[in-house]
Design a protein around this ligand. Sequence first.
Ligand code: AMP
Length: 225
Amino acid sequence: MSELNLILLGPPGAGKGTQAQRLIDDFRLPYVATGEMLRTAVREGTPLGHEAAKYMNNGDLVPDEVIIGVTVERLQQGDTADGFILDGFPRTVDQAKALDAELQRVGRTLTAALLIDTPDEEVVRRISGRRQCVKNEQHVYHVEFDPPKHEGVCDQDGARLVQRDDDKPDTVRHRLDVYHDQTEPVIGYYDDRGVLRRFDGTRSPTEVHDHIRATLATLRLEESL
Ligand code: AMP
């Protein structure tokens, strides 16, 4: 089987994390989520965390020179030999170029950049209701669409559910501006290289997942011909 090197693109709240979880279940690939890596660094109080927190709290991007090194280093670990699912990176064209350079250096190519297209008003609606577990931030709920059995408590481990600071409405709107200004050009970058695949993020998670799976199956079939 060939490698599956995947990028998930889309605005905050598009459902990238949800789709990543399903793709991990399907393909057993390592999940490299830069936002999660940075939040861990902030919690642990590392130098990276101190630097990143200054930007993250306002919903701004961490500078390229800070994020590129740690992401490339993560991709160099042995568990990515069969592929990876990258979520939250690249967020600028310079990050995309740095990723290309690294993949080229090690003789690998990107399988696809999966864009989960979602309009701004839907993003705001989704993010404002999002709650995550204090113990494991991959345990995510929504007060309206996917509530836990007991309000404010994680179904999976009984820990408290909280709203991320940067999920507060003003910060969400700023993150959307940042997305349109700095990350949208990345879509064109991958489109020009023929690896962009678009999905309708207003559909249910299961529909989006089915569509992604069908697309990946087609890509693999084409590759094997
Ligand atoms: P996320 O969980 O992907 O929404 O990321 C949360 C925050 O981490 C973002 O708002 C940025 O401040 C920072 N961040 C995550 N990934 C990147 C990246 N590739 N480039 C710059 N900043 C990032």
